[in-house]
Each structure stands twice: as structure tokens, then as C-alpha cells.
Ligand binder design. Sequence first.
Ligand SMILES: Cc1cc2nc3c(=O)[nH]c(=O)nc-3n(C[C@H](O)[C@H](O)[C@H](O)COP(=O)(O)OP(=O)(O)OC[C@H]3O[C@@H](n4cnc5c(N)ncnc54)[C@H](O)[C@@H]3O)c2cc1C
Length: 414
Amino acid sequence: MKHYSAFAVAREAMTYHEGWERAWDNPEPSNHYDVIVVGAGGHGLATAYYLGKNFGIKNVAIIEKGWLGGGNTGRNTTIIRSNYLQDPSAAIYEKARSLYEDLSQDMNYNVMFSPRGVMMLAQTHHEVRGYQRTAHANALQGVKTEFIGPKRVKELCPIIELKGPRYPVMGALWQERGGTARHDAVAWGYARACSAMGMHVIQNCEVTGVHSSNNQVSGVEITRGKITCDKLAIVVAGHSGVLAEMSGFRLPVESVALQALVSEPIKPCMDVVVMANTVHGYMSQSDKGEMVIGGGADGYNNYTQRGSFHHIEETVRALIETFPMISRLKMLRQWGGIVDMTGDRSPIISKTPLGNCFINCGWGTGGFKAIPGSGWAMAELMAKGHSALADAFTLDRFKEGRFIDESVAAGVAH
Ligand SMILES: Cc1cc2nc3c(=O)[nH]c(=O)nc-3n(C[C@H](O)[C@H](O)[C@H](O)COP(=O)(O)OP(=O)(O)OC[C@H]3O[C@@H](n4cnc5c(N)ncnc54)[C@H](O)[C@@H]3O)c2cc1C
């Protein structure tokens, strides 16, 4: 793999940019792999990357039914933060956030990590108390956040209307090193690095069945035949229930569509990420100038990977209370992704009833920020049978009533 650098750009400029090689190979599947990862979203690709990088396991295939990053990884609103309440969540999200800090250098691929700061507005007394509690918890967890007052909110984001018609802004939970990254670049960067290690990233190839006997997976049926493996990782977000059913077990996960939209591009007017959970919406401005706006999830389970008009209306109507200036914006496009929701709004990174089959899912509305940490933990779990970062997130917790309740942190704010 050729190293990307300023010198490489200058060199290629001399030769009409004809020397760039493909970022990743397009191989045919082999008959056998040490590890098969189902799903080339961020979490599947990161799992493969850290298997190779941290444990030297490189005979790996990542099988994707569509195009890589075409699931939720390429459909989210790119918010990265680690200001969760419970200790296991803060640990894995902060690990991910800290890996994002130098992910571009690590992978030699610019993921455009932009730690511009994330604020979660407190617009009721209940939210003020809740976020103050989170700020105290974060201090104990070593996650740098603070509760700020309305004056500082206005300084950081002048387009906010503090005295909205229904909900005044009473303060905010502020994480200065939270921010955004370019979502599809995260998938592309991991894919390129996996391919450079000799792994097979196989697109347009669906897993249609899982073969097992004596509680061990032997391989998978794919649209191009059958391949065998020593270990299987299921990392398919909204389709986790489908893959689990193929494997013969059930998951406590529901699939719903979550939507987002962007406006026409406008001049820079907002250089932080703002989430307003009470009115139910959140917004940031992309480097292209579009206002990136996220709303809520559908209230019923479905696999409809597209947007709908009533969500635009609801989300924009709610946000206008806090950002009156967006009432004059034209909306450019909208879309939806199928997210995998658990009852406690925390992920599952776990062994399964099949001895050599592992699952990583349940990231719901907020897993983009977790990609590097989740891949790190999943790779360790698969290589060593245990990962301190993943220990709390086992499937057993639903049987044992050991919930990691993050409904407040994950309610709307991603
Ligand atoms: C609108 C929206 C906004 C969001 N905003 C944020 C945000 O701001 N911040 C944040 O942290 N998170 C956000 N999220 C959540 C985040 O996008 C997801 O949690 C995360 O991307 C999940 O990544 P993944 O790799 O697990 O899944 P995916 O990226 O969905 O990858 C799973 C892959 O598995 C493939 N697959 C499925 N079935 C099969 C099969 N049978 N065979 C082969 N391949 C298969 C799919 O095609 C897909 O590519 C948002 C999500 C949405 C939809």
C-alpha cells in the first residue's frame, strides 16, 4: 500500500494523478478464513483492523451484502462524544473518542476528526439536574466535561435563542473534545488498512445462512457459495436479529428506522455540535456548509431504510424553537438507517450460545462515535476470550437484570 502524504500528492500532480492505486482490493472469497466478520460497517471493519493490528490475526474476511459503509456508518450525523453516565459506557466511548484523536495518523487516512465541542442543552430543571449529575460522574470517570450556564452557551453558539417560546436554555453539558468525523472516511480508512494487511473485504456478497453443529459455527452460506471459518463475528447493526435467527438464537434487539436531513449549504454560522433533547433534535454544520440535522426514531419496528416527510416536519418544527434562523433554510435531502435498539440503550459485545460465534450490536442511535473502541474491544474478546472494555456488555445481562441504563444519554442525542 502506498503511503498517503503531501509528497505523494505533489508527486502524483506531476504525473496527472495516474499513479494512485486502488484503496482496497476486490478479491474473490477463499474457501477458509480464521475469522469471518459479517458486515462491513464501521464496527465490523474496526473489529477486523484491530484483530490484525493488535493480535496479528490477518486471515480475515469482512463480508458485506451492499457496499462498505453503506449501512448506518454512512448514514449518521457523525457526532462523537463520550459523556455517558454509567462507568462501562464512559470507558468504551472515551476509549473510542481518544482513538479518534489520532485515527487519521494511525491509518494514514484522513477521517477529518473535528473536535469542535459538543453541547447537550438543558431546557428543563430536570435536565439541569441530570446533566450536572453526568458532569460529576464524568469527573470521576476521567472524562473531561463541564456544566456551563446560558451565557457561555450563547458565546459558544450565537445562533441559539436562549428564551425559546416553550423551553428556555438553562445551561448545557459541554464536552470540549467531542465533535465530528467524516463517517464514510472512517469506513474507507479501516477498509484500506485491512486490505493492506491482506484481509479480504468482499462487497456485494450477502450472508444467507450460518452452518453450525455441536454449538460451534463451521462456516457461512454466501451468495457466492460456502466458506468456512474458525470464528465468526456478527456485526450487522439493524439486521442483527436476522443473523441471530440464522444462527439459531434470539437477541433482545428491536430494529427501527432513524432519520436525518441536511439543509442547503450556507456560510459558516455554527462551529459546535448542539443537541436539544427536550425539543428533540440536534444540529451541526458540515464542512460543506450544510446544516446536518438529526431527529428521532420511528415509533414502530421496521426495516425501511429511507426518510419520510412527517419526520422532517416534526424535527424542524422542534428545532426552530431553539434555532429560529433555520426557518428560512431550504432542506436538501433526507435519509434513514435501520438502528438496533436494546432495552437499556447500551450495546452488546458478547459471546453467543455458539462457542466460536461473537456478536457486536445494539449501538442503536449512537454507535458511530464508538467505532474504534468497539472494534478494539471486540477484537480483544475474539482473540483472548475476554476484554475489560466489553465485560459489562454481555448478552447475559438481560437474563440477569444487570442493565446499563443509558436511556437519557442515548434518547435522541447521538
Ligand atoms: C440517521 C442516523 C443518525 C445517526 N447519528 C449518529 C451520530 O450522530 N453519532 C453516533 O455515534 N451514531 C449515530 N448513529 C448510529 C450509528 O450510525 C450506528 O450505531 C453505527 O453506524 C453502526 O455501525 P455498524 O458498523 O454496527 O452498522 P452498519 O454501518 O449498519 O453496518 C452493518 C453492515 O452489515 C451489512 N449486512 C447486514 N446484513 C448482512 C448480511 N446478511 N450479509 C452481509 N452483510 C450484511 C449491512 O449492509 C451494513 O453495511 C446514527 C444512525 C442513523 C441511522
